[in-house]
Design a protein around this ligand. Structure first.
Ligand code: MEV
Length: 439
């Protein structure tokens, strides 16, 4: 890959964008061709889920300008919401100018839970299971030898007493298996392990087996990203860099203090993350669940808080950091069957799940920065208006050049209703061309 900077990309036709992308990424002819086709055929879809009646489409855009740990990435983003791709690309450009994103990832440790019920002596049961930890770990590795061959395997166990026994009822324990799943998302894998050792654990606890399933709070598989932005790059045409920086820091504090704001703050982060998770065929509900469960202790008062926070750096620049669990894979699952997901992964250019997670968290951080910068300066609606106007224009049947003309007129007037878009479209059609538009 040459560079993730492609100036003027947004001005090109879709075909020209595809050509540029293929050139930048060195895609072979088959991969480049796939971009222009429906990426999932009905037959494959029919094998993926039940009661299939069609294949649902979403736009696939490219996040530009990303540089993570010194490496450039062109990032496939699958999302229905206007502005997400442009905003993330724009923020990535600002961050790139100050050295790009610096990221690190934990080992890919997933947690598998085995619930143990009807335990009459929880303290004794916990001790007994802990004393047999090596036996359980060996049993897990024997149940999945191919994982061990790939360098993964069960690294440890943890026993937690959830409810002490009482005179009224026996207690409840949960055993966590900590499993290094390497480049898989790992859900199926760790579920298999939980099922393999559950009976033995119940025997050791003198209890009964309950649920055996992964935890989506994958807090042993976190990604952390940092970035900084120089004041000059934060400035807008109406607001200087210092004012924008202070507005962003204050917005960050707002999210730390108020869960109502933190939910929206994190939604903006997930706009970017989910788009890449979806494009690469990963389980976005799992990533969402993990992100929000992780955020539930990040507030200033210990409750729900922001995943990404911003401060003034010593030299006056803006600096930010994000941390969240990133349970995503580059092998197995949807990737096996969905050619579009495989292509998206090829675009990102890594086979390492940890690299993918670091890119995703960087996109989330960029999305957050873009939203806070807009709100701390001109307000979100100004930028949103023109994108929304395009959606409205498409919605009333505009095509080709009509879309831009109608969107420009709607945004200029500040009236972005479908009725107005339709009136402009009718006027364009009646004039037999695209000239003679009045604001
Ligand atoms: C909209 O999809 C996302 C924002 O609401 C995020 C935020 O408020 O930080 C703009």
């Amino acid at each position: 890959m040459t560079s993730s900077r492609i100036p003027g990309f947004y001005k090109l036709s879709i075909d020209e964008r595809r050509k540029q992308l293929a050139e930048h990424l060195g895609l072979d002819a088959a991969a480049a061709k796939l971009l222009a086709e429906p990426m999932l055929d009905e037959e494959t879809a029919n094998h993926m889920v039940e009661n299939v009646v069609g294949v649902y489409g979403l736009p696939l855009g490219i996040g530009l300008n990303f540089q993570v740990n010194g490496k450039d990435y062109l990032v496939p983003m699958c999302v229905e919401e206007p502005s997400v791709v442009a905003a993330a690309s724009n923020a990535a450009k600002m961050i790139r100018a100050s050295g790009g994103f610096t990221a690190e990832a934990d080992d890919p440790i997933m947690i598998s839970q085995i619930q143990l019920c009807d335990v009459r002596d929880t303290v004794h049961a916990k001790k007994r299971i802990e004393a047999h930890a090596s036996e359980i770990i060996v049993a897990c590795d024997q149940a999945y030898p191919s994982l061990v061959k790939r360098g993964g395997g069960t690294r440890g166990i943890e026993v937690r007493i959830l409810e002490e026994e009482s005179t009224h009822r026996p207690g409840m324990l949960v055993v966590h298996l900590h499993v290094d799943v390497r480049d898989a998302m790992g859900a199926n894998l760790v579920n298999t392990l939980a099922e393999a050792v559950a009976d033995r654990l119940a025997e050791l606890a003198d209890g009964t087996v309950g649920l055996r399933i992964l935890s989506n709070l994958a807090d042993r598989r976190c990604v952390r990203v940092k970035a900084r932005i120089a004041l000059a790059d934060l400035a807008t045409d109406r607001h200087d860099g210092e004012k924008v920086r202070d507005g962003i820091v204050s917005a960050s504090r707002f999210a730390e203090l108020d869960p109502y704001r933190a939910a929206t703050h994190n939604k903006g982060i997930m706009n970017g993350i989910d788009a890449v998770v979806l494009a690469t065929g990963n389980d976005w509900r799992g990533v969402e669940a993990g992100a929000h469960a992780f955020a539930s202790t990040k507030g200033a008062h210990g409750g729900y808080g922001p995943l990404c926070t911003w401060r003034v750096a010593k030299d006056g620049a803006l600096e930010g950091k994000i941390e969240l669990p990133m349970a995503v894979g580059t092998v197995g699952g949807t990737l096996k069957v969905h050619p579009g997901a495989r292509l998206a992964l090829k675009m990102i250019g890594t086979e390492r799940a940890s690299d993918l997670g670091m890119v995703m968290a960087s996109v989330g951080m960029a999305s957050n920065l873009a939203a806070l910068r807009a709100m701390a300066s001109d307000g979100i609606q100004r930028g949103h208006m023109s994108m929304h106007a395009r959606t409205v224009a498409l919605g009333v049947g505009a095509t080709g050049e009509q879309v831009d003309l109608i969107a420009a007129e709607l945004a200029e007037s500040g009236d972005v209703r479908a009725e107005r878009a339709l009136a402009i479209l009718q006027r364009l059609r009646a004039s037999g061309g695209f000239s003679g538009i009045q604001a």
